[in-house]
Design a protein around this ligand. Structure first.
Ligand SMILES: CC(C)(COP(=O)(O)OP(=O)(O)OC[C@H]1O[C@@H](n2cnc3c(N)ncnc32)[C@H](O)[C@@H]1OP(=O)(O)O)[C@@H](O)C(=O)NCCC(=O)NCCS
Length: 183
């Protein structure tokens, strides 16, 4: 199936287009965005390669990752992105980024809320997980505000930018999401 387009009050969630890649590579290269991510520098060619390797015409294939654009619903300008990994037929891992100038406006919460409604409601998935650096307060507060449970604290499990780091794993079941849904 094709990648869906989802709408919220302020946002459109959709497949990336090449027109997004300048903005995408620019905010990914910002030190505050890269701080807890796997990259340090991020170029336009990194963005193009990610875009070319995402099969938007065959969405929700087990084992595949998809990058969804979080765009302004009026201007269609790129504000951030969601990463969606279909681990298997029932479980999905997600990630999220909002460009620094757009942060702390509850845009990530609005986008992830819509994504969860789609994954649990339309696609009938069972469980959604997310992993975050234990120092990434914005990330784990976002997850907790959406009802995700902290299921694990991995101690020095990831060698990351020159040092061992800790990570939290969070999860939300479809049954739990119904109880905590707030759009
Ligand atoms: C994590 C991130 C996507 C949050 O985006 P956002 O749009 O600013 O988040 P929201 O405005 O929806 O806020 C969600 C919750 O996080 C909290 N939060 C957001 N930024 C915060 C910050 N810098 N410090 C502390 N809490 C923060 C908000 O207060 C809110 O909690 P509340 O409802 O209890 O008030 C954003 O900070 C980001 O892109 N960071 C860089 C990339 C990254 O590290 N991604 C996560 C990888 S696992």
């Amino acid at each position: 199936m094709n990648t869906p387009t989802l709408h919220t009050d302020r946002l459109t969630l959709r497949a990336f287009t090449e027109a997004d890649l300048d903005t995408f590579s620019q905010y990914r290269a910002r030190p505050e965005v890269a701080k807890y991510q796997g990259w340090s520098d991020y170029s336009y060619s990194d963005a193009l390669s990610l875009f070319n390797n995402t099969d938007y015409a065959n969405f929700a294939v087990a084992g595949q990752w998809y990058q969804l654009a979080i765009a302004d619903s009026d201007s269609d300008h790129l504000l951030g992105d969601l990463a969606v990994h279909f681990i298997d037929e029932q479980q999905v891992e997600i990630g999220f980024t909002v460009a620094p100038e757009n942060q702390q406006k509850h845009l990530a919460r609005e986008a992830v809320t819509a994504l969860l409604a789609y994954l649990f409601g339309t696609l009938n998935r069972h469980r959604v997980t997310a992993t975050t650096d234990t120092e990434n307060t914005a990330s784990y507060r976002l997850l907790e505000s959406l009802g995700f449970r902290r299921e694990a604290h991995f101690r020095k499990n990831i060698f990351f930018k020159g040092a061992w780091g800790d990570e939290y794993q969070y999860a939300l079941l479809s049954t739990e999401q119904t109880a905590t849904q707030h759009v």
